[in-house]
Design a protein around this ligand. Sequence first.
Ligand code: NAD
Length: 455
Amino acid sequence: MTIDVFNPANNEKIGEVKEFTEDEVGSTIERLQNGFSEWSKRKPSSRGMVLYKAAEIIRADQDRLAMILTSEQGKPYFEARNEIQGVAAVFEFYASIAGTICGHTTPKSDYGYAFTSKFPIGVCGAIIPWNVPALIMAWKVGPAIASGNTIIVKPAETTPFTNMGIAEALYSAGLPEDVLALVTGSGSITGAAIAKNRNIRHLSFTGSVDTGERISKMIDPGKVRLTLELGGSDPMIVCKDADIDKAVAGAVTGRFYNCGQICTAVKRLYVADEVADRFIDKLKTATEQLRIGDGAIEGTNLGPLNNIKGLNSIKKIVEDSSSSAKVITGAKKLDGPGNFYAPTLITDLESDSRLLTEEVFGPVLPIVRFEKLEEAIEMANSTRFGLGASIWTNDMRNASKAIDKIRSGILWVNRHSRIPPEVPFGGDKNSGIGRENGLNALEQYLVEKTVIISP
Ligand code: NAD
């Protein structure tokens, strides 16, 4: 079986990949078990050197890798380059800390001395989504191999070629082929085969809440550590004292970057009544200035949606809401080939509108006015999601109310969505379990052993 891959800017086929069967996934994992015995014994600094070298190769090859990413994912070329540079930065971060993995000691006591030592866990699994495929692969592969594990990676159906390019850079940097294996295929066959395999010790999944729930039922919970990075419906709260121009720019980037297909995109906007008219006017102007088109064309800052299913779901959710709502701009599919949808702003929604309760994975921004900050925070917390959130204010009292009361894995003040490699990232509520990025991620790939030495 093979899977066709298309360019979402014109829906022309750009290639195809093999679908790995359950048996093939099983034998790949056996190969990685063999690779584990050598790689786990390598000096940590030598593992770090491979990651440094891979980062160098990726930076040198970033133009080509970015073009592959644009052609299969749809994002504008400048965004694709940012993402590829992000991969290099993540590899450099984990390279720099590979040699610092250590346990701790406890004071001498009547039982003697005790200390802990950390060991790699074994063969890990990584299941990747299509929206930010390169960076999310790096978030999993970087800490896994820096800490001495081996890893099997399944790219999303629509974006396998970027992941293959990153794997090739790692091999060119000296990573043995039985440390990292890439298996292409569908979620239901290849992805499920990884989740069900009993030799996987850590599984990191990024994708939708529904798939995450399905995967958590497939694993052996007594044996597998599970990291789930799931969907979000991030609220952005703009207070009356916010810097309005900065907040407008933040809303445009926060919602329309990657055509709205970011887990931590701004998916609901709450604006203080006193500034709402001015804010919405400026936001409309900025939204209508976005240059929509093929991401490979210079100057494009809004590409197509990645796939037709996503386009149809955006069309439907907007159509279902628009009888009661007021469309400020957009709300239509654009003519011509490709999965293009006009950037959309909508107000006057019912509180139970799906635009406000579900994850909307595309360029559509619902806007709600509020009178009191407490009311905005209550609305911000009113979904099952808890990934990111932001508050825009120049008053520390407002910021600290949001920090205390908003249930989210990450909270930005006066910005939205940037996640540097050293910053832990993950969700609260239904948006996930565990953390990626930073030192925290490394811990998920290590087993701590306690040693007690009696006198
Ligand atoms: P998805 O859940 O449909 O697919 C994600 C991956 O899981 C793909 O590789 C897919 O093939 C695989 N998969 C699907 N069904 C499977 C199964 N039964 N068993 C094993 N694997 C299976 O998600 P998507 O549409 O690719 O990505 C978009 C979603 O990902 C959004 O909800 C977004 O918010 C979320 N996301 C979350 C984060 C985060 O860090 N929290 C980051 C990016 C994307």
